[in-house]
Write a protein that binds this ligand. Structure first.
Ligand SMILES: Cc1ncc(COP(=O)(O)O)c(C=O)c1O
Length: 461
């Protein structure tokens, strides 16, 4: 009898264990087991992502492949060899471009929530259904949500237009704002400004608009009474200043380029509420390669003309890009929605402090000053964290500032590219960590030369 009882006791336990194993498998594994067509692609993506390139490069699924069909590492600057393990100590560090690679580690930490699976038959149509045409309403909803989280723009009662990067929208906006006028409209900016405004306006110039140069000069030209479109870049590229229009009046329209109006780069004193504002995913999430931006527009006529421009130029923005943007924005909004903003601000504040310290040790160069300011996003006064350092060469003989840094093995963008002479240069602080570390190394070498020179001068007395 006792034997039977203990047998049924063991049997009951066994059944219970089996039921638990079944439930556990169903909860955690069953969905994976169900994967069919996406499994091979997912495995390949993870396999390539796991190639380490010695920690000095990356392998991509669409990169070059070797003779065996395996992807080849794309090495960071100053590294080479098949696995990026060879360091060239003599090479120059390149901080010229505004590639926002500093956000890459964030996305590696959030790999699962930011990954996108695209089926072979995903949205093959030119349009979204139900008269949505080129715009994913779900993405539009999420853009409005991100602005509400970031407290950087008011979207209520305004239209949203998507573009192939904000680059396309900047031009679409010039086109839309200039169509009202019978006479040619002049496009202007305050120096120093992002060169694309001038380059695009001149390249695509029509009978409706032409480039007019510096808005400060126009302001002082009392004879000028024509129509003007002024770009207001806030924060400004290159110097990080929060800007207001130089020109005002009934003949002046403004395009606010808010590519950097995120708490990554600046304090947010208040949500922007202008009639025509342009934002870029490149500087929000760091995905410059995806080429996605959006405009927030108040006036229905301006909206219609911009949409017309986008339709004629591109027939809308790629559906794959919209899907990726949606996935990324959802990942940004998850939890308390602050993770990305905290990460970006933390990295850039640290970089700014490092750079400020080095420039405080030299009399040869001057770094721009940015005030600490109250930020409504962080709900506190916060330190500067600009996207770029704007540096002046002070010595009389250092007329070509870019050249001074080139000799010191630092590749920077000259102020000439911002129509501001040759005395200044722009360093990007948006690079990957590796390039930033190299920059600090080279700057330390350059500044220490100054000390050595003055020590030698002292010892010759
Ligand atoms: C001020 C400013 N506006 C627009 C852009 C272009 O951004 P996108 O990558 O969205 O075309 C940049 C790029 O660096 C920029 O600095």
């Amino acid at each position: 009898m006792a034997k039977i009882r203990s047998f049924s006791y063991v049997l009951c336990h066994l059944v219970l264990v089996l039921v638990n194993v079944y439930i556990f498998r169903k909860m955690y594994y069953y969905d994976n087991e169900k994967l069919s067509w996406s499994q091979t692609a997912a495995q390949e993506a993870e396999k390539i992502a796991s190639i380490s390139c010695s920690g000095h490069g990356r392998a991509y699924i669409d990169g070059y492949v070797n003779v065996d069909g395996n992807p080849i590492c794309e090495c960071y600057s100053c590294y080479g060899g098949i696995d990026c393990s060879l360091f060239s100590s003599n090479c120059s560090v390149n901080v010229e471009s505004g590639d926002p690679l500093f956000l890459e580690p964030f996305w590696m930490q959030n790999a699962a929530s930011s990954a996108v699976v695209v089926a072979g038959w995903h949205r093959m149509s030119y349009v979204f259904p139900n008269n949505q045409f080129f715009i994913s309403k779900e993405l539009e909803k999420n853009i409005r949500k991100i602005h509400a989280i970031a407290k950087n723009a008011i979207t209520h009662g305004k239209y949203i237009i998507f573009g192939t990067g904000s680059t396309q929208l900047l031009h679409a906006a010039v086109h839309a704002l200039s169509m009202d006028n019978n006479y040619s409209t002049v496009v202007a900016n305050k120096i120093p400004y992002y060169s694309l405004y001038k380059l695009q306006t001149e390249y695509f110039q029509t009978r409706h608009y032409e480039f007019g140069g510096d808005s400060s000069v126009l302001k002082n030209n009392s004879d000028f009474a024509g129509n003007v479109i002024e770009f207001v870049t806030s924060p400004n590229n290159p110097d990080g200043k929060l800007e207001s229009p130089v020109l005002n009046g009934p003949n002046v329209k403004h395009i606010y380029d808010h590519a950097y109006y995120w708490s990554h780069y600046t304090a947010i004193p208040a949500p922007a509420d202008e009639d025509l504002m342009i934002f870029s995913m490149s500087k929000l999430t760091g995905h410059a390669g995806s080429r996605f931006g959006w405009a927030i527009v108040k006036d229905v006529n301006v909206y219609t003309r911009m949409m017309e421009f986008i339709s004629l130029a591109e027939m809308g923005t790629s559906k794959e890009v919209q899907l990726r943007a949606l996935t990324l924005l959802k990942a940004v909004a998850q939890g308390d929605g602050k993770q990305l903003f905290n990460f970006a601000q933390h990295v850039l504040t640290y970089r700014w402090e490092k750079l400020s310290h080095i420039f405080s040790l030299t009399k040869r160069f001057n770094l721009q000053t940015i005030p600490t300011q109250y930020c409504t996003f962080f709900e506190r006064t916060r330190k500067p964290s600009p996207a770029y350092a704007w540096v002046k060469c002070k010595r009389k003989e250092d007329k070509n500032c870019q050249e001074v840094f080139r000799v010191a093995k630092i590749i920077v963008r000259s102020s000439r590219k911002f129509y501001a002479g040759d005395r200044y240069v722009r360093f990007s602080l948006l690079t990957g960590q590796h390039d930033f570390d190299m920059l600090i190394h080279r700057l330390k070498e350059l500044v220490s030369q100054e000390y050595e020179a003055s020590a030698q001068a002292m010892s010759s007395f």
